[in-house]
Design a protein around this ligand. Structure first.
Ligand code: FAD
Length: 401
């Protein structure tokens, strides 16, 4: 008879004292947990998520740039759906520009990656409580210990809490820490069934009627299905119906496709130097606004900031005094600022100028670049060909890299 092993994803008693509680088991929370647990012994870690992080559809295009992804994690081959060699930029009048770069991209299978990472963390000693929503995090006592309360009223204590609960996180409200998502943009995406999928290419479409202040994307998902979506800049959020924009886009570009599923999502697309850690509480991933404001990529960034938050939590456990704890917090914020924050802050400033580039600039730039042979189409060539004529576009594009 086969013995049923208890699931590693349900903690039998929720009333306990943990060293570290991580809220959210997306890329940031999983990377933080991975940093903290090991088979040879670790602090007592609880990883909580309101859902099971691989069971529900994840509203994401699943595209990552290889250098950033490899910097964040050593990926398993099974997480990679496709390797991307080319990006095709489509201007509003339908002319296109094919761009190839030595730095490739991947389309990943996030559900599979998140399941593997959760398994690894569970087997290495993290206690996982999935399908449990945290409703409150409050400080009690003088040493930074917090009470973490769940939807059913149960609670646990934690010497350190890492909040990785994503873009709409408001946990820790009232404390001196970043709690409000910055420049929240709305996206709508669909998985469509279609007969023609370029599995080595991503397509990006610009134009005020397609995606005001943002862009539309078509990424491969399987050999017979694609991930198609639209993101709209926050100044246009009130006027634009992003779902309707996607319907129009699909009708025009994929008239024979069928929609398998569709979902909305939000992305905090700005960065300003904010307090990301305070006595016993750390923010990471989207909860700390770590997304690249222009490309809107946030997976690798969340994983990088999650592992940095794990290191910070360990340092907090050993800090001992308030002064040392304050130094640990500053160190974490500084480290993120140096790694990505400084660049993201710059990108956030120029993002608005990209939203103001008129469709005519995109069209004319694509026309003049279409005469350059594809192999010679490097970013510097793009700049040299279009610099004099479309300074605003070039200036904005410069900051995408
Ligand atoms: C439509 C769309 C497309 C995107 N495409 C890309 C892309 O192609 N490439 C890319 O790099 N990035 C993309 N992003 C951004 C990327 O998805 C995020 O930056 C990334 O998921 C952030 O990871 P995270 O762990 O910080 O947050 P999340 O992935 O949001 O994870 C947060 C976790 O916390 C859990 N949670 C939330 N609240 C609670 C609570 N109160 N209690 C318990 N658990 C809680 C949630 O269930 C979730 O599992 C996209 C985003 C959207 C919306």
């Amino acid at each position: 008879m086969q013995v049923q092993r208890p699931s590693i994803y349900i903690v039998s008693t929720m009333n306990g004292a943990f060293d570290i509680v991580i809220i959210g088991a997306g890329p940031a929370g999983l990377a933080a947990a991975r940093q903290l647990v090991s088979p040879s012994g670790s602090p007592r870690v609880l990883l909580v998520d309101k859902s099971t992080p691989w069971k529900h559809p994840i509203p994401c295009a699943e595209g990552v740039f290889c250098p950033q992804f490899h910097q964040a994690i050593d990926p398993k081959e099974s997480w990679i759906r496709f390797t991307i060699d080319r990006a095709v930029f489509h201007s509003p009048n339908h002319s296109s520009l094919v761009y190839q770069d030595i730095n490739k991209g991947y389309i990943i299978d996030r559900a599979r990656m998140q399941k593997d990472l959760a398994d690894e963390c569970g087997h290495n000693g993290a206690e996982c409580a999935f399908e449990r929503q945290v409703t409150q995090v409050e400080k009690f006592g003088d040493d930074g210990t917090r009470r973490v309360t769940f939807g059913d009223g149960e609670c646990v204590s934690a010497r350190v809490v890492i909040d990785c609960s994503g873009p709409l996180s408001s946990l820790g409200r009232g404390e001196p820490i970043h709690c409000k998502p910055m420049d929240l943009e709305v996206a709508y995406l669909a998985h469509i069934r279609t007969s023609s999928v370029d599995t080595d290419t991503v397509h990006i479409h610009a134009g005020k009627d397609i995606a005001p202040g943002g862009y539309a994307w078509t990424f491969p998902r399987t050999r017979r299905s694609a991930n198609v979506g639209i993101i709209v800049g926050s100044p246009f959020r009130a006027k634009a119906n992003v779902r309707r924009l996607l319907e129009c886009f699909l009708k025009e570009h994929f008239p024979d496709s069928s929609v398998e599923q569709a979902f909305a999502g939000t992305i905090p697309c700005s960065y300003g130097r904010k307090t990301l850690a305070t006595y016993g509480l750390i923010k990471a991933g989207d909860a700390a606004s770590t997304v690249n404001p222009i490309s809107r990529a946030g997976i690798s960034e969340a994983m990088l900031s999650g592992s940095m938050a794990g290191t910070c939590a360990l340092a907090m456990l050993g800090a001992g005094t308030k002064k040392k704890m304050a130094a640990v917090c500053k160190e974490y914020e500084k480290a993120w600022y140096e790694k990505r924050g400084k660049r993201h802050a710059r990108l956030a400033k120029v993002k608005n100028s990209l939203a103001k580039v008129p469709d005519s600039d995109y069209n004319r730039a694509a026309e003049s670049l279409s005469t350059v042979p594809r192999k010679q189409l490097t970013m510097s060539r793009i700049f040299s060909v279009s610099l004099a004529r479309f300074p605003r576009l070039v200036w904005a594009l410069r900051h995408m890299m």
